[in-house]
Write a protein that binds this ligand. Structure first.
Ligand SMILES: [Zn+2]
Length: 406
């Protein structure tokens, strides 16, 4: 807390501290509900927030759980009126998050074979409504749809402006959105299943109370506000994202962004590298990422104006889309952490809330191990080339000349 602590008693003061903490094995549960999509039921959007807590708090987890429940309630109301989403939607209240992201991790591991290929995106809502400023952390494919979603969402407390315009006004960096790191239930989806994911949240209130007994409704109402406008905004943003993601023929991914962000991450790694040899080894990735960005941007532009001309071309587009989102999935995993299969991003081992882009390379540089760096660059290059090949397949699908014989 933000006030001075004073300890009197002089140099000879002895303090006896007793901590009583019970260790036991207890049960927790994931609570899931599914709305079956009417047109593409096998493609699934998962929206989740944990329901457990250190001390059941107004901020953590309630400020996310209320948005999850209200979003589910809205969809339920729509289905009663006969309005169903085109893709399936799973609402998930995860158990045992605070004890090591256990509930969602178990679900991800248990449904890997069944759901790994079906999930088109995961939305995380942990402690989501904590102030008036909407913000997203995401994987690069979701950049454009996140902007569209923020543009559709009225700002908290001021419906005359969009949450996007508030976001743009407040933004001081060259990137609008954060990178998904660790510390919540998206980890299994991003790092294990390698699916596009977004964390939707709103912040900007002063102070925090989470993981403490001060996390009460009185604290929330005094600090975040009496009117729950941030929760309304986050719920609307979640529903807008869900609508954009579920009801368009092509999942609204953006393909050019990963190349652009990859080049930015490469600059960061080059600065981090200590020797010229390391720096020049990294340079092999630059032309690959430039090509990937160009191809991705061509796909982004092509999808807006062209349609596949025949079922064969359409199949190429669909296969390319699926392969693109899985391009950085490497089943061998990271060398010290084989559970982590995403070579694009992983939680930072030194600060599990942060993200590390091109984690295998970053960890090899940190280890000062030339051989390990060589392997890391090679496997990351393979992933970039898988993404490039997938983008090329999509471009073939969009080209008017693609015929069944090609
Ligand atoms: Zn939490």
């Amino acid at each position: 807390m933000d006030f001075p602590y004073r300890l009197t008693g002089g140099n000879n003061l002895k303090v006896h501290l007793a901590i009583q903490q019970e260790r036991f094995l207890g049960a927790s549960a994931n609570v899931l509900a599914m709305v079956q999509g009417w047109r593409r039921p096998a493609e699934v959007i998962v929206i989740g927030c944990h329901h457990d807590a250190w001390g059941y708090g107004a901020a953590d987890p309630c400020a996310g759980t209320i948005c999850l429940l209200e979003a589910a309630n809205c969809v339920a109301q729509l289905t009663k009126q006969g309005i169903w989403p085109e893709r399936s939607i799973v609402f998930a209240a995860w158990g045992a998050e605070e004890f090591g992201i256990i509930g969602s991790t178990e679900w991800v591991e248990g449904h890997d074979a069944e759901m790994g290929e079906k999930i088109v995106s995961y939305v995380n809502l942990d402690m989501a409504a904590m102030g008036p400023n909407l913000s997203f952390a995401l994987t690069p494919e979701l950049t454009q749809v996140a902007k569209d979603c923020a543009a559709m969402t009225p700002a908290a407390g001021d419906p005359s402006v969009s949450a996007l315009s508030v976001m743009l006004n407040n933004n001081k960096s060259d990137t609008l959105f954060g990178t998904l790191g660790g510390g919540s239930d998206h980890v299994g989806f991003v790092c294990r299943l390698v699916v596009p994911a977004i964390s939707i949240s709103a912040g900007g209130s002063q102070g925090t109370s989470y993981h403490s007994n001060y996390d009460t409704t009185a604290w929330y109402r005094a600090t975040v506000g009496e009117n729950y406008e941030p929760a309304l905004m986050v719920t609307r943003a979640t529903l807008s994202f869900m609508a954009l993601m579920s009801n368009q023929k092509w999942t609204p991914y953006q393909y050019g962004e990963i190349g652009r962000l990859g080049l930015k991450a490469l600059d960061g790694l080059t600065q981090f590298a200590k020797t010229d040899k390391e720096k020049s080894a990294l340079e092999i990735l630059r032309p690959m990422l430039i090509t990937l960005q160009t191809q991705g941007e061509l796909v982004d532009a092509g999808i807006l104006k062209d349609q596949p001309q025949n079922p064969h071309a359409e199949q190429r587009l669909i296969t390319g889309m699926r392969r693109f989102t899985k391009a950085f999935k490497d089943d061998a995993g990271l060398p010290d952490r084989p559970w982590y299969r995403n070579l694009w991003v992983a939680t930072d081992p030194s600060n599990s809330y942060s993200a590390s882009v091109f984690p295998m390379i970053q960890e090899a540089l940190q280890a000062n191990d030339p051989q390990r760096l060589e392997v890391a660059i090679e496997r990351t290059a393979d992933a970039i080339q898988r993404a490039s090949a997938a983008a090329e397949l999509m471009l073939q699908g969009l080209r008017p000349s693609t015929s069944p014989g090609q």
